[in-house]
Design a protein around this ligand. Sequence first.
Ligand SMILES: Nc1ncnc2c1ncn2[C@@H]1O[C@H](COP(=O)(O)OP(=O)(O)OP(=O)(O)O)[C@@H](O)[C@H]1O
Ligand SMILES: [Mg+2]
Length: 322
Amino acid sequence: MEKEEALLKVNNLEVSYDDIQILKGLSLSIQKGEIFGIVGESGCGKSTMLSAILNMMENGGKISKGEIIFEGKDISKYNKEEMRRLRGNRLGVVFQNPGETLNPSRKIETQFYEALRAHEKITKQEAGKIAADMLKRLNLEHGDKIIKKYPFQLSGGMNQRVALSLAMIMEPSLLLADEPTSALDVTVQAQAIGEMMKLRDNFGTSILIVTHNMGVISHMTDRFAVMYAGRIVECGDKNEILSNPVHPYTRSLLGAIPDFSGDMPTGLEGSPPPFGSIKCGCEFESRCPCCEGNCTTKELKLIDVSKGNVGKEHFAVCSKAG
Ligand SMILES: Nc1ncnc2c1ncn2[C@@H]1O[C@H](COP(=O)(O)OP(=O)(O)OP(=O)(O)O)[C@@H](O)[C@H]1O
Ligand SMILES: [Mg+2]
């Protein structure tokens, strides 16, 4: 059977800040209704990738190569206005801190009204009803009372669910979520993850979630990619990677997760090389327990390491740990 056309297809994306290359030939695809994760340590380029998709890069940032095909169109060529129409309509966004999504000086009701009004003709009253209904669908009872409040009058967990509801109000086909649970305490994190998964179940929403938490990856995603120093080093089916990680960095990342045994996790010494400092070969070489003579010179390409498991995608740029 032929695979349905991907909802989002990022092809060979390269992004630089002030002419220093950050993202290196990034490619990924997300199917309709799929939850795809991006994991990697701080500074590896996760948010840069999301802001490139959203055309929200800060000054000095530019896409130097590649395509971002969303619903069949290359949105990397869209201007600000075209992008604004897409955001909040076909593309929902939620950030780590609900404060980045919500306006602290406006009542929740007004924020829903403004979001809806940007895309359709609507009265304040109608918007309030739609907002309360959406909040209820995300398990926030008494939505009619919540919409009368300002963000500071709600808890962090409630605000994040309000931010999620706001991102979902136009029923976008893709939700981009940048560390949406990191600012929440553990119990509320679980709730927010549950709510996001319901979005997929109830609306068929695809989700691209950025996190540095392997627990979130394991619990939520269907497929995921591991990033290191601006590059995808391993990607594919979640269970394949978790049960048989082949890139030494993925191994280290999984080894760094604390468990309940009382043993200290292995951790990973050192830090990634500064962007722009490695011109060829593997960026992980200086920290890698498996490196060999040709690691600093060879071309890095994602290769199929799926070992013939039909339908279970698994790619890595190096399989020395596998
Ligand atoms: N506005 C900017 N100006 C210049 N360089 C930037 C800018 N934003 C990001 N960068 C560069 O891109 C790199 C990747 O940053 P990014 O925010 O994408 O990482 P991240 O993986 O999201 O990290 P974190 O987990 O801490 O959120 C940074 O280390 C920095 O070198
Ligand atoms: Mg980030």
